[in-house]
Design a protein around this ligand. Structure first.
Ligand SMILES: [Ca+2]
Ligand SMILES: [Ca+2]
Length: 379
């Protein structure tokens, strides 16, 4: 019997199933580690039901399946004060930076993308990073640097605001963007990485450490991340490329450099998520930001703050990532059996293959079918 027929038969045989079978379990929780002097690792209760996570300067954001945003950590400039109404969000980004040439000037800001394609920005705004330009619509993705904010429009162009906002021409064909940076000295501010649909990266801005010099061959990239002075690119074959400032070893990707499905960059450290649900961390570990808490498995997302790290745990059985386990998850579940993890994740952005690992053994195969059916039936 084919996998598809087998799963469908099992589901039908169960008759009337209870939707939301995974409710009550500790699913979609956030794990935080590293520097915590501002509470940036204190995930607010209830720590469940999260679909995305973001790390800023010393604050953190979690996006819940109900469309609300939780924010915690340093709130000096208000990046944790989510503007009302706190609802309808579909993506988040957190930024932060420090200005060393004018004395004490540091903070973070936050971005939320709403389902209607508009962006809400709040927090540190000394450089206009929260002044979303009009028309504020048709936006499909957001990213935050220290002093700049970026968004991708439905037409593939990048809109950027704050410092360092001049997107190189031709401004078209972008599918992802990342930005960060710190004030290494006066007038050295952030940089931005734009990922083209053709798999190449365009980099612009501050380039003291070569963080904008993408190593050849500049092709085959599927994701990008920007640290304070280093850059990371994920290739379609699951390997990572790192370049720029390497004073903390943040560009030394640990072996084996394979099996990665997501990447994030902090001030001096790097995080990589593997297809098996483990997190690899390297670079600056002065705050323990590279000490992934045990058990290091079941992760479906990673995000790096400046000195802290965040990991999102799986939501077993929720294969369309709508926050409940029900009949709608059957077809995407079936599509995961035998699928190549990276290819599946690329085809389902924001929804991880590992959610199909319903028996929590790190792989997705026939052995997960019974556990999936149990989740469907609310067992
Ligand atoms: Ca679902
Ligand atoms: Ca499994």
């Amino acid at each position: 019997m084919s996998t598809k027929v087998r799963v469908a038969s099992i589901a039908v045989a169960l008759g009337l199933l209870t939707a939301g079978g995974a409710s009550g379990q500790d699913v979609g929780s956030i794990v935080a580690w590293g520097r915590n002097i501002e509470g940036e690792c204190n995930v607010p209760a209830p720590n469940t039901g999260f679909r995305a996570v973001a790390g800023g300067f010393q604050h953190s954001l979690g996006l819940r399946f109900d469309g609300s945003i939780a924010a915690w950590g340093l709130n000096r400039h208000g990046p944790c004060d989510v503007p009302a109404p706190n609802e309808g969000f579909v993506a988040i980004a957190a930024g932060g930076g420090a200005e060393t040439c004018v004395g004490e000037d540091w903070g973070g800001h936050s971005l939320g993308l709403k389902f209607d394609g508009s962006v809400v920005a709040w927090g540190w705004n000394d450089y206009g990073q929260c002044n979303v330009p009009s028309p504020n619509r048709d936006i499909v993705a957001v990213a935050a640097g220290g002093w700049q904010s970026m968004a991708i429009k439905a037409d593939g162009s990048i809109v950027a605001w704050g410092l360092n906002h001049n997107v190189p021409a031709p401004n078209t064909g972008f599918v992802a963007v990342a930005g960060s940076g710190q004030s290494w000295s006066c007038y050295e501010y952030g940089f931005t990485l734009g990922l083209h649909a053709d798999g190449s990266i365009v980099a612009w801005g501050w380039n003291r450490f070569g963080q904008c010099d993408v190593p050849a061959p500049n092709s085959g990239f599927v994701a990008v991340a920007a640290g304070s002075g280093h850059s990371l690119g994920l290739k379609a074959d699951g390997s990572l490329v790192a370049w720029g400032y390497n004073g903390h070893g943040q560009c030394n990707v640990p072996a084996p450099n394979s099996g990665f499905v997501a990447v994030s960059a902090g001030w001096g450290h790097s995080l990589g998520l593997k297809a098996d649900g483990s997190v690899v961390a390297w670079g600056d570990n002065s705050e323990g930001q590279c000490n992934v808490p045990a058990p290091n498995r079941g992760f479906v997302g990673v995000a790096a703050g400046w000195w802290h790290s965040l990991g999102l745990k799986a939501f077993p059985g929720d294969l369309n990532c709508d926050g409940v386990v029900n009949f709608d998850d059957i077809n995407p579940f079936v599509s995961t059996i035998g699928a190549e993890p990276l290819a599946w994740n690329l085809a389902h952005p924001g929804c991880h293959w590992l959610n199909a690992d319903c028996n929590a053994d790190g792989v997705v195969n026939f052995d997960d079918i019974d556990a999936f059916v149990a989740l469907l039936s609310g067992d």
